[in-house]
Design a protein around this ligand. Structure first.
Ligand SMILES: [Zn+2]
Length: 328
């Protein structure tokens, strides 16, 4: 009896030891499993978060593209930024206004305008090549190309002293000389009507003294849309009207002064495409005569040749009988 009790005790001890081992093993497994779970949870959560962020980023990017595309089309159709916002909020944007496509570009604040076609409808088109911001070191090259093709254009010039020879050549070779302000400094030209008038006098004298031309054409620096951002555009246009000076915006832009630098083919494709798509009889093309605008000059032959090959389309310099083209 005593013996069997001893055996039982020993068995019980063995069983207890076995249980403890099992429990330790189980505990170990639990610890390892917990550690794995603890490590996995953040990884899974961050993966889920990453996927979600990616999808949000994609949505934002898609929306931005959509907005940029919409702005682009509206701008091409003739609505400036603030106007666009106003008209968008008041719901007056018409579908018919959203018809012209062009590259998405960012404004650098220079000569950034919108396209408003105020010319009369018709099959025959007159294309007016206009060059802003000269005279410059590139003027002679532009004049060479125009001479080669026997094309007369229009130069809206600034008060760049030292380029009087280039000005003289413009006049001598039959191009129209318009004024584009003396300083081209928005904060100065558009400070108030007195500043505007003083600047106009300066650029008028600059052209008159160099060439003898009493210029009666004006292009607002940045176009009337820029003038409107700074001051009362009506006051300025009435002042010009009173002096018998006609002002012109544009309805086709080479975009050679906005956004990234364009290649010659990008410039010519844009200009030619916009001219082809336009149903207006008066087409005023904005180009730039400014330092570093080499590709604009390189684009000219293709533009001239393409316009010449279009039926019922001619190239001409702006004259007093040229229909006005203004931004609304
Ligand atoms: Zn300009």
């Amino acid at each position: 009896m005593q013996y069997s009790i001893e055996i039982k005790k020993t068995e019980t001890n063995e069983v207890n030891k076995g249980d403890r081992r099992k429990r330790i093993e189980l505990l170990k497994r639990l610890i390892v499993a917990s550690a794995v779970v603890l490590l996995l949870i953040p990884s899974v959560l961050s993966t889920v978060a990453l996927v979600r962020i990616r999808s949000i980023e994609q949505s934002v990017s898609d929306t931005q593209d959509m907005i940029a595309d919409m702005y682009d089309k509206l701008e091409a159709a003739g609505l400036s930024g603030s106007e666009l916002e106003t008209r968008y909020s008041t719901g007056t944007v018409q579908n018919s206004e959203i018809s012209v496509s062009s590259d998405v570009y960012m404004s650098e604040g220079e000569d950034y305008g919108t396209l408003i076609y105020d010319g009369s409808e018709g099959v025959n088109k007159t294309v007016y090549l206009t060059f802003d911001d000269g005279p410059s070191a590139g003027t002679d090259e532009i004049l060479d190309v125009l001479k080669k093709y026997n094309v007369k254009a229009t130069f809206f010039v600034n008060g760049h002293e030292g380029y009087e020879e280039e000005l003289k050549r413009m006049a001598r070779e039959g191009h129209t000389i318009g004024m584009h302000s003396y300083s081209h400094e928005y904060s100065d030209v558009y400070a108030d009507l007195d500043h505007f008038a003083e600047d106009l006098d300066e650029v008028h004298s600059y052209v008159l003294d160099a060439t003898g031309v009493d210029s009666v054409f004006y292009r607002f620096p940045g176009g009337t849309s820029t003038c409107r951002r700074f001051t009362d555009v009506k006051e300025c246009t009435e002042y010009l009207d009173a002096k018998g000076i006609r002002h012109y915006d544009w309805n086709v832009s080479a975009d050679d002064s906005v956004g990234r630098k364009k290649s010659a083919s990008e410039i010519s494709d844009k200009v030619i495409g916009d001219i082809e798509r336009s149903d207006k009889s008066t087409i005023i093309v904005l180009l730039h005569d400014a330092p570093g605008k080499k590709t604009t000059i390189e684009a000219l032959p293709a533009i001239i040749e393409a316009v010449r090959s279009m039926d019922g389309t001619e190239l001409a310099p702006i004259t007093e009988s040229t229909e006005p083209v203004y931004f609304k």
